[in-house]
Design a protein around this ligand. Structure first.
Ligand code: 5AD
Ligand code: SF4
Length: 490
């Protein structure tokens, strides 16, 4: 059996793409391997959102140069966002690469491997860039979602379902609209069928994915308004449609765009019991001047009102956010406004990033990267401290409360424990809070009631209420931070 090594960086969309790549290649007889040493095919599914993610891939490719010399039959491929963006650079920096395959062409991979083998030449499959006509560009970004493969998921009871691809917002710092193409929503019946299929395979929690998931609209609204008499399906309609799928217990969706957080959606979150009261709605900045430069299309006042509206309509909602520090022109005053938003926002958590200029974006073209690296670092740390204090406050609210947790499995610290002692498990609440407690690993995939008795900025700690009651509180064996997955963009 040929062996495939696949490394994935980046957001949940990439994690899902990797699952589909593996699903497709298994049908061609491939099995997965954990090391590059014995792999026949080595793939990197890449991310271009920040320079750091690209640097990591070029280093990994550099390390494979000798391996390729010694094993010329090994096929090496760069997939995803970097492939779509930088084919010339990849050819130059890693001439030993055999396949360059963009985000919209992943279905071609089995054929590309074969051609690379047969011809010994570089195979390139990319979608059109966004200067071509919209219709042609849309057609060149294909999503091939039905080919699932559960072995690429962290577990068998949680799965991602893509409801749209691409993005049309064009925030000035962001490369996603170029590398993932135009926004295209999938038909609701296709999504509902995929959810039914996953439920049949034992999936209990699905997370609907989209770069701006709450902009979902099928059929797409034609520019200039609605087709007379046809409203189409919005995210709220889609939630209603998939809600009663037997076997599905929880439905989440990421990532939301603040402007599209409409009342119908919030009411659906409130009224549909399986839809989790958790909203990831990136603010990016708390300063109007920065938001304007970022072309986010809202003001901080709008964002604050939106937070209030979310909390009024969905009283127990947990909200998380993303922020970029050190964007071009960010003064100390601008940054202070962001700090104020993080202080007031009552976010469950925030992901904080230093601005990384991306060639090919409007931001890179129009504005200088004028905030020095040390200043970005300091602002990043300062904002993290503010968010950590807010997260601790948010987490401490749960002490003394009973929460429902979907058990994900042993925590990463479990191996440190003595044999014979109850194992440390981890799971998430419906509000996406991470909970650590002791129990039997057989509980993975089950929903349990947990009494919370302690909290840090990152984790809640508690005891199982019913069934396998162990009664041991596990206090400062903190869950590691890497478990908090990086957000999808939005
Ligand atoms: N530099 C730094 N952070 C970025 N993000 C997107 N583009 C950039 C960039 N050029 C962040 C945004 C987004 C998250 C996934 O990544 O905060 O929400
Ligand atoms: Fe689209 Fe989100 Fe990137 Fe803005 S930040 S362009 S909304 S993917």
């Amino acid at each position: 059996m040929p062996k495939l090594y696949l490394e994935t960086v980046g957001c949940q969309m990439n994690v899902l793409d990797s699952e589909l790549v593996v699903g497709g290649l298994r049908r061609h007889g491939y099995e997965l391997t954990e090391t590059t040493e014995d792999a026949d095919v080595i793939f990197f599914n890449t991310c271009s959102v920040r320079q750091h993610a690209e640097d990591k891939i070029y280093s990994a490719l550099g390390r494979l140069r000798q391996h390729k010399n010694a094993h010329p039959d090994t096929v090496i491929g760069v997939l995803g966002c970097m492939a779509q963006k930088d084919q010339e650079l990849i050819k130059k920096r890693a001439p030993h690469v055999d396949i360059i395959c963009g985000t919209g062409q992943l279905a071609q991979l089995p054929a590309l491997i074969k051609s690379a083998r047969d011809t010994g030449t570089l195979q390139i499959a990319l979608s059109l860039d966004r200067t071509e006509s919209r219709h042609e560009v849309e057609r060149s970004f294909e999503s091939y979602d039905p080919m699932r493969d559960p072995s690429m998921r962290p577990n068998r009871f949680q799965a991602f379902v893509r409801i749209m691809i691409g993005c049309d917002k064009f925030c000035t710092y962001c490369i996603v609209p170029s590398v993932r193409g135009p926004e295209q929503s999938r038909p609701p019946e296709q999504i509902a069928a995929e959810v039914r299929q996953l439920a049949g395979e034992g999936v209990k929690e699905i997370t609907l994915l989209g770069q701006t998931v709450n902009s979902y609209q099928y059929p797409p609204r034609p520019t200039g308004g609605e087709v007379l008499g046809v409203r189409g399906s919005r995210l709220s309609d889609l939630l209603v449609r998939i809600h009663d799928t037997p076997g599905i217990e929880r439905i989440k969706f990421i990532t939301n765009f603040p402007k599209d957080m409409t009342d119908d959606l919030l009411q659906a979150v409130r009224d549909l019991p399986k839809v989790c009261p958790y909203l990831h709605v990136p603010a990016q900045s708390g300063c109007n001047e920065m938001l304007k430069r970022m072309k986010r299309m809202y003001t901080v006042e709008f964002y604050r009102d939106m937070l209030n509206r979310c909390r009024e309509i969905v009283p127990d909602v947990a909200i998380s956010s993303d922020f970029i520090v050190g964007f071009s022109g960010e003064s100390e005053e601008s940054f202070a406004r962001t700090c104020a938003l993080v202080r007031d926002g009552k976010f469950k958590n925030s992901f904080i990033f230093k601005y990384s200029p991306r060639p090919g974006t409007r931001g890179h073209e129009l504005y200088a990267d004028d905030v020095p690296e040390e200043v970005k670092k300091r602002r990043n740390n300062d904002l993290l401290l503010i968010q950590n204090a807010a997260s601790l406050q948010d987490h401490r609210r749960y002490i003394g409360q009973r929460v429902e947790v979907l058990v994900e499995g042993p925590s990463k610290n479990a191996w440190k424990q003595d044999a014979g002692s109850p194992m440390q498990l981890t799971g998430r609440t419906r509000t996406d809070h991470i909970v650590v407690f002791d129990g039997n690993p057989r509980l993975a995939g089950q929903s349990m009631e947990i009494d919370i008795d302690d909290a840090t900025s990152f984790t809640l700690y508690g005891n199982v209420v019913t069934g396998e009651h162990i009664g041991v509180a596990c206090c400062e064996m903190a869950v590691d931070r890497e478990r908090i997955a990086l957000p999808l963009i939005g």
